[in-house]
Design a protein around this ligand. Structure first.
Ligand SMILES: Cc1cc2nc3c(=O)[nH]c(=O)nc-3n(C[C@H](O)[C@H](O)[C@H](O)COP(=O)(O)O)c2cc1C
Length: 169
């Protein structure tokens, strides 16, 4: 898929079909993560692949804004090192690269950030010095997304020219 088409058609989904995502696609998603650049090339992040249904259920129970992950085919928890001031920028980049790679193969995804930190750390044996930044749930969409439209501000409300507040003449 063309990069722009991939970006412009990707939506976050929270309902997934029961169809399994092939191992090769999971590998591609993880490889996309590995290929993503980090600030100072520190590669401080770590990723936990969650495929086991019971663990997906635990993930859902440990979340406060991602209960839907219970129905995902698999999930990836992104951990970053908060000692680096840029760790959230790194996280956003790798998150988007993984979501776009998935969508390139027709696999949908959604993300959540609301968690019960103590439960997460305990259930997924996460060291306390790592930041549990975001979790992505992946799976095939249950229905065609072509009917759903993105709700985004128009460009003229977002973009200024040369100086803040200047619109194009
Ligand atoms: C920083 C950030 C945090 C988010 N946290 C959650 C979350 O906790 N739970 C959830 O279901 N979606 C979460 N989302 C997904 C957003 O709701 C979604 O990106 C937005 O509604 C646009 O969706 P669309 O691309 O399908 O239009 C988050 C997105 C971002 C960028």
């Amino acid at each position: 898929m063309d990069t722009f088409e991939c970006i412009s058609t990707k939506l976050d989904i929270r309902e997934f079909s029961k169809k399994n995502v092939p191992a090769e696609i999971k590998e591609k998603i993880l490889e996309a993560a590995r290929q993503t650049g980090t600030g100072l090339n520190t590669q401080h992040w770590r990723f936990i692949l969650v495929e086991d249904k019971d663990n997906l259920h635990t993930l859902s129970e440990d979340s406060t804004s991602g209960r839907w992950v219970d129905g995902a085919n698999f999930a990836i928890i992104i951990l970053t090192n908060p000692e680096y001031g840029f760790h959230m920028i790194d996280s956003g980049r790798v998150l988007q690269n993984m979501q776009l790679t998935a969508w390139n193969y027709g696999v949908g995804s959604g993300i959540f950030t609301g968690i019960n930190k103590e439960k997460f750390e305990k259930d997924f044996t996460i060291p306390k010095n790592m930041n549990i930044t975001v979790t992505i749930g992946f799976g095939y969409p249950t229905h065609k997304l072509s009917g759903r439209k993105k709700n985004r501000l128009p460009l003229h409300e977002l973009v200024y020219y040369e100086k803040y507040g200047s619109s194009k003449i």
